[in-house]
Design a protein around this ligand. Structure first.
Ligand SMILES: Cc1cc2nc3c(=O)[nH]c(=O)nc-3n(C[C@H](O)[C@H](O)[C@H](O)COP(=O)(O)OP(=O)(O)OC[C@H]3O[C@@H](n4cnc5c(N)ncnc54)[C@H](O)[C@@H]3O)c2cc1C
Ligand code: FES
Ligand code: FES
Length: 1314
């Protein structure tokens, strides 16, 4: 029995008190606990005093904020530090700066003493909004709004600490906040307006505290303490809080042998290595002051518990270029929120536990030769190099500090001969040169593909002679590789300007670097070549001006400056509010966190939580499912599987049933087998992981479309060839015929609100809250699964936290599963998918292969095009969007003869599903790719070839026998764009740039689109019900369109206001509900807004007809309220409803035209790139809501940017499991990936639509334009290939990842000149 008298213990919480030495602890003993059950922190000025007894250390601050404090403005999306949705602002004590923290990774038990501000602390509709919220809203920075609270809190945190900040600094603060909707530009614009080099916000608006003169973190309210009361699960753990290092060591020495313990510093490591643990002892080291010290007296020493942010700040102030270099590198770690919370020691320990982790902290510190001081539980201390530390047992050890070396001051060599010839002061002769590199798949918050650090002491005057053993460290090679030892040895005393010697050094490095092959990593060959390139980069860096001018920039990182944007649109004031750039209807409540999403709906009595049990391999049989261990977990209530489905086990109604729960076969890894139902979500998720599935008949798994196509059994021709003319004859008589293959990959939707559903059994049937784009279908699927009539299934959708097509069909399966569980248990069920389940289980964008042929005559006019269009539909043929690819596969070109044959291809992956601009993106990309290919073969500028082949009135268009009825505006749009984008000059400038920079290349591309917009047929119909309240004339609108960020509600509000002649603020838009507007069609395909507006206009027209006699009788001076009151008195129906059906209402299909110029810059030595500028021009007609539509254009283009560059899906070669299943591995664009200069011009061409307001769809067409990024990259890479002596066409498939770019550049070591 051991006593920890001076420790406060909260049943599970124990706090150190005196720091007195107690060496009487022995490992294996038992800790006696004394109950002191409180910890205290404040949220938005309200004190929370919580009983530690009630909280599991795994409960995150985000969970606490949402579930206990009831503040649902803070969102949880990835739950692993990768998206920033959970960002809150934290001061760890009254004197500490306010900083952003990812609350999903922060245990609530860590928050003792913290002052926390959530989005609710800034402003709301009752007390007034904060300027950050209003600005983000007014700039169009919130579409679906799921990211918005996190964005605002990131800005708020930054400005709390940095009251004077530049636009450029603000441009960088969103390195960890993902937005899939907006394309970031409006968010950055909104936020940059608060820079001190811009203008300062009104000080009144910032709610400055009268007491302390600082900005108020609680919305101007000072509040009194609140004792929270809650009942959480008690669990078997200890949470220990030592007050000193000696206390900490005492605790460690007292732990019984084999105790699974975790030192809690920032706890961010759990975002990367989620499966470490479970633990039964947690040691919070926040109060161990020895671990948080900073010193630079005789030596720079940084405590192990110091955050990366503080370490960066400290090193940056040392004035030592080497240490400043380290600080520069540390800034590339993760994101602000993680760096603010994560510590040096925590990072090093992750490397210790997982040697393959490409730790940037380890890399930098080992490169400069830092040492770690380790204290052991027995009281001893070790000081060791980082390499040795990796091999040291760290059981019961603590990293106390990191000690930086005292780099012997370099001195000027007094060389009389040299001095004789110098009139000026000489530069230092022997110098330390440090440089580190981190190559990432996107601009920020990504782990290194390869990272490298170099430190040499060189005598510049003596031909850059390396004076001591250099230090060369690589990460990302294999788990054992640290130092390039042979290369280090080789380089001692070598002259760095000796090129022959450099090539030898490269050879030595090439021999000793053996990257590990791993399907999730970039290829071993790329990583090896990349490492060699980094050595070359370092050489150029050291040689500086001694290297030739054209190679010098090779050592630099890509220099992306301050971002900017420009937006132009057409408006017609006579139509206002239609065509007025109004703020999005819900923008403010989204930016303040007041907007309620499904998962924000408070739990109801008896509500249970469910989690999926998913298969872990595909193409096999399921022998058995063992749920015993899972069912024994406390809090688990039931396992629900196919046996519990009363009706149909199918959630699609496609030609192949897609099971709600599979039974005997696993078609793909990630298929749903059942649900574990438990008292909490955490327990359900944990239980689901305990289920063991036994497989048999394990067949070969194929996840790659091209591979799968080689087996004809996997291929299905889905229709006769589509086309016109005699293609065979036309090709045979062409002057030039060329053929090729183009492939493009998949894409995860990346809605921040993962799939979720709440099903509540009621007296009436089932009430379902679910973010679906397709209410009608979902209700039918659930009714069939439960074997109940459709009118028993009440579906309601208020808003969706991002859909992009991923919530058209997929929620059906989720809702059906949750409904089966709700029916079985007769209790409300909440099924909310963790990100990894969401990614593993659900279908994504269909990948494609195109085998094409094109013919030209001697005038370079197209004679014919033929293509076999293969669409990977996943494990079945249900959702093949190849017909859409066909219809878009002609783009804007005159093609006299055409034949496209659409096929579906099966792979062992989840059935793919519509993803923004499904099929159309692919078909358009194919045609543009063919034109690029043809231009290369014909040795002609691609733009010239395109302009030479534009379609015109009477040209055949798909589907046959249609002909183009309108003038093709592309030619004039291209001319306008060329002028506005300064295209010709920029091509010349890029050429000059490319000539003077061997290792940085720029490329441009101009791509046009014709997007045939089909709204007529196929069952498309939308409804709108408008109710006017007699008492005050206010109006409610309930339509069947789904608001998912695209601004549908805003547009409806605008048209209703115009049609009824009322102010917009009289109108409220209500949720979409199945029993109010049944039988509506899917909101998708860019038609939802347009047709909801049309339905609203018609409903208004009915109302106006009803009101006409009243208006006439009251005269023109009558107000709206007078008219309504009078109409009610006269018993006139103040409610009108209309169903719009384009087929019946005479609405026709139309074309949307546009073009883009994109310019990129590529780092040829690494494959990294950035978009220098993009100029989009699109015919949006008379946009109903220009700010909303600009947002659609920008967002779609940036989603496309991800498709063509950083977003890549990888599967396990044997099991078919998705490897890129989380934010650590899957990388959509971040804020600094968008074009540095991003311009959008929405024009109104003469090609009018047949709808009531002449507005055109905007949600999907710009996605197609994004292929210009791929071609701009090609152009840039071509410059390098030419220098490498490579001419002619070469294939570049999508996505052009950094690896693919690098591997296409054609570079070889003989080009590595000085
Ligand atoms: C989204 C995301 C992106 C990231 N990107 C990068 C990246 O690009 N590059 C990179 O290098 N890192 C990256 N990281 C890792 C990040 O730097 C670490 O998570 C962080 O530094 C860990 O510090 P912590 O204080 O939170 O450690 P914790 O999570 O608290 O602890 C981690 C481990 O260290 C142990 N530990 C903590 N302190 C001590 C101590 N003083 N002595 C002994 N053991 C201790 C703990 O027991 C635990 O095992 C990323 C992390 C996330 C979540
Ligand atoms: S939810 Fe916390 S970072 Fe994504
Ligand atoms: S508005 Fe940013 S994710 Fe939707």
């Amino acid at each position: 029995m051991f006593f920890l008298k001076n420790f406060r213990i909260c049943s599970h919480i124990m706090e150190g008190g005196g720091g007195n030495k107690r060496r009487n602890f022995q490992r294996g003993g038992e800790l006696e606990k004394q109950m002191v059950n409180v910890m205290k922190f404040s949220i938005n000025g309200i004190d929370h005093i919580i009983d530690g007894d009630e909280f599991d250390p795994r409960m995150s601050l985000a969970q606490y904020i949402r579930e206990v404090a009831g503040l649902t403005g803070t969102k949880i999306s990835c739950n692993e530090g990768g998206c920033g949705a959970c960002t809150v602002s934290v001061r760890k004590n009254r004197d500490a700066p306010a900083r952003s923290v990812n609350s999903c990774l922060t245990p609530v038990l860590l928050c003792d003493g913290w002052i926390i501000t959530t989005i609710e602390g800034l402003g709301n509709k009752d007390t007034g909004y904060h300027p950050y919220q209003t600005k983000l809203a007014s700039e169009g920075g919130s579409q679906c709004g799921y990211c918005s609270p996190g964005m605002v809190m990131q800005l708020h945190s930054w400005l709390q600490e940095h009251s004077a900040t530049s636009e450029l600094e603000i441009d960088n603060i969103l390195d960890g906040n993902i937005c899939r909707c907006t394309g970031y530009r409006p968010i950055l614009d909104a936020f940059k307006s608060f820079a001190s080099d811009k203008c300062l916000p009104d000080i009144e608006e910032l709610k400055i505290c009268k007491k302390d003169g600082k900005q108020c973190s609680s919305n101007g309210r000072c509040s009194s303490p609140l004792q929270t009361s809650f009942n959480g699960p008690k669990s078997n753990f200890q949470w220990l809080i030592p007050a000193s290092l000696s206390d900490l060591l005492d605790i460690l020495s007292s732990l019984p042998m084999g105790t699974k313990y975790r030192i809690i510093s920032g706890n961010t490591g759990t975002g990367v290595y989620k499966n470490d643990g479970p633990y039964n002892v947690y040691i919070n080291i926040a109060k161990v002051s020895e671990l948080h010290e900073l010193s630079s007296n005789s030596q720079v020493i940084i405590g192990g518990g110091v955050t990366i942010t503080d370490a960066m700040g400290f090193l940056g102030m040392t004035g030592d270029p080497v240490f400043e270099g380290v600080a520069h590198h540390l800034k590339k770690i993760a994101s602000y929120g993680i760096r603010n919370q994560g510590s040096l020691a925590g990072n090093l320990m992750m490397k210790h536990a997982h040697p393959e982790f490409p730790s940037d902290v380890f890399l930098c510190l080992e490169t400069v030769g830092a040492k770690v001081e380790i204290a052991h539980a027995d009281g001893s201390k070790t000081e060791t190099s980082l390499t040795e530390f990796l091999n040291l047992s760290m059981e019961y050890g603590v990293i106390v500090s990191v000690k930086f070396p005292i780099l012997e001051k370099t001195s000027m060599k007094k060389d009389l001969n040299s001095l004789w010839f110098q009139s000026k002061a000489m530069t230092q002769s022997s110098q330390w040169k440090f440089k580190s590199y981190k190559i990432m798949p996107r601009s920020s918050n990504a782990h290194a593909v390869v990272n490298a650090g170099f430190l040499v002491k060189v005598d510049v005057a003596d031909n850059f002679k390396i004076l001591e053993r250099p230090r060369i460290v690589f990460g990302g090679i294999n788990k054992n590789f640290v130092h390039a030892e042979a290369t280090e040895t080789f380089l001692i005393n070598r002259n760095m300007n000796d090129h022959a010697m450099f090539l030898e050094a490269m050879a030595v490095l090439a021999e000793e670097l053996i990257p590990e092959d791993d399907p999730i990593l970039h290829s071993a060959l790329y990583r090896k070549q990349l490492s060699l390139c980094l050595l070359y980069k370092f050489y150029i860096f050291v040689l500086g001006s001694a290297a030739s001018s054209e190679v010098q920039t090779g050592c630099e990182e890509l220099e992306r400056g301050l971002s900017s944007g420009q937006q132009d649109w057409v408006t017609d004031e006579s139509q206002w509010p239609v065509s007025k750039p109004v703020e999005k209807y819900e923008a403010k409540v989204q930016c303040s966190g007041e907007a309620e999403y499904v998962n924000d709906i408070p739990t109801v009595r008896g509500e249970l939580h469910a989690a999926y049990v998913l298969t872990t391999r595909g193409n096999c049989s399921i022998a058995s499912v063992d749920t015993n261990a899972a069912l024994e977990l406390p809090g688990v209530l039931s396992y629900v599987d196919a046996n519990d489905i009363p009706g149909l086990n199918d959630w699609t109604g496609g030609s192949t049933p897609e099971t709600i729960f599979c039974t005997s076969r696993s078609e793909y890894a990630g298929q749903a087998v059942g649900l574990m139902v438990a008292l909490s979500r955490d327990i359900a998720v944990e239980a689901a992981k305990l289920v063991v599935i036994y497989y048999s008949n394990e067949n070969v798994v194929t996840t790659d479309i091209a591979k799968s196509m080689t087996n004809p059994e996997n291929v299905l021709q889905i229709s006769d060839p589509v086309g016109y003319g005699d293609v065979d004859f036309a090709l045979a008589s062409s002057d030039v015929v060329l053929s090729g293959r183009f492939t493009m990959g998949s894409q995860y939707h990346y809605y921040l609100e993962t799939q979720v559903c709440i099903v509540k059994p009621t007296e009436d049937g089932f009430d379902i809250q679910v973010p679906t784009q397709f209410i009608t279908k979902l209700a039918v699927v659930v009714s069939k699964a439960l074997k109940v009539p459709v009118n028993s299934v009440n579906v309601e959708v208020k808003r969706i936290g991002g859909g992009y097509g991923g919530k058209i069909y997929l929620p059906n399966g989720i809702a059906a599963a949750a409904s089966v569980a709700a029916k079985k248990l007769n209790q409300p069920i909440r099924l909310w998918l963790p990100l990894e389940d969401n990614m593993r289980m659900l279908g994504k964008r269909n990948p494609y292969v195109f085998d094409y042929k094109i013919g030209f005559d001697k005038d370079r006019k197209i004679t014919a095009v033929e293509s076999s269009i293969f669409c990977d539909s996943g494990w079945n043929f249900n959702r093949i969007d190849a017909m859409s690819a066909v219809n878009n596969g002609q783009n804007c070109y005159h093609i006299p003869a055409l034949k496209y044959t659409p096929f579906g291809v099966k792979t062992h992956t989840p059935a793919n599903t519509p993803t923004r601009a499904p099929g159309s993106t692919n078909g358009h990309a194919m045609m543009e790719y063919i034109m690029e290919h043809a231009a290369a073969e014909l040795k002609i500028d691609p733009l010239e070839l395109k302009q030479n082949n534009l379609m015109n009135v009477g040209s055949p268009v798909l589907p046959p026998p249609a002909l183009l009825e309108t003038v093709n505006p592309i030619s004039s749009m291209i001319n306008q764009l060329k002028t506005s984008s300064d295209y010709t000059n920029r091509i010349s400038e890029a050429q000059i740039f490319n000539q003077s920079n061997k290792w940085k290349k720029r490329g441009l591309s101009l791509v046009p689109i014709r997007y045939p917009h089909f709204i007529n047929g196929g069952g498309i119909k939308f409804h709108c019900l408008i109710s006017v309240f007699a008492n005050d004339g206010t109006i409610s609108v309930a339509h069947s369109g789904i608001e998912m960020g695209q601004g549908l509600n805003t547009k409806v509000q605008q048209v209703v206001a115009k049609e009824l002649g009322v102010e917009m603020n009289l109108i409220k838009i209500k949720p979409a509900i199945s029993n109010i507007n049944p039988n509506g069609f899917v909101t998708g395909g860019s038609w939802g807004s347009e047709l909801s507006c049309e339905a609203a206009i018609k409903a208004c027209s009915i109302l106006n007809t009803n009101l006409a006699p009243i208006r006439e009788s009251l005269g023109t001076s009558a107000t709206w309220e007078d008219i309504i009151s009078e109409a009610n008195m006269k018993n006139i129906d103040l409610c009108a409803r209309y169903m719009i059906c384009p087929e019946n209402d005479g609405l026709g299909n139309y074309d949307i035209w546009g073009a883009v110029v994109t310019e990129v810059e590529v780092d040829i030595l690494t494959g990294e790139m950035f978009v220098v500028r993009a100029d989009i021009i699109e015919d949006a007609g008379l946009s109903v809501s220009p700010q909303v539509d600009v947002g659609q254009l920008e967002g779609a283009f940036i989603m496309g940017l991800g498709l063509w560059t950083s977003e890549q899906l990888k599967y396990h070669p044997t099991t078919g499991e998705l490897l890129t299943k989380n934010t650590w591995e899957y990388k959509p664009p971040a804020a600094k990936d968008i074009p540095q200069d991003f311009r959008v011009n929405m024009i109104q061409s003469l090609n009018k639509t047949r709808n009531s307001f002449s507005g055109k769809a905007t949600g999907e067409p710009p996605m197609l334009l994004s292929i210009s990024v791929l071609f701009a990259l090609r152009d840039a890479i071509n410059q390098s290939r030419r220098e490498a002596g490579l001419e002619g066409w070469w294939p570049l498939d999508g996505p052009a990842t950094i690896e693919k770019i690098h591997q296409s550049t054609g570079i070889s070591p003989d080009m590595f000149t000085f």
